[in-house]
Design a protein around this ligand. Structure first.
Ligand SMILES: [Zn+2]
Length: 72
């Protein structure tokens, strides 16, 4: 038999580990928000703007709002 835990981890210990894991997940999901230079909307850094599709002053994608209007 390999390494086997001697005791069951207490609720406190388990909760501590769970909280640390949760915090790491929140950290991983954290994104930097900037103000779009084209439309002034809040958008994710290093990504094309979601509302106008501009990145570094160039239209790189179709704005999502327009795509939704076409499909409706
Ligand atoms: Zn924009």
């Amino acid at each position: 038999m390999g390494a086997v835990p001697k005791k069951q981890p207490s609720d406190t210990r388990k909760n501590q580990r769970h909280r640390a894991w949760e915090n790491s997940q929140i950290q991983a999901m954290h994104v930097d928000l900037i103000t779009c230079s084209n439309c002034g909307e809040q958008t994710v850094k290093h990504r094309a703007c979601l509302s106008c599709g501009f990145y570094k002053g160039v239209a790189v994608t179709e704005p999502k709002a327009q795509v939704r209007k076409v499909s409706e």
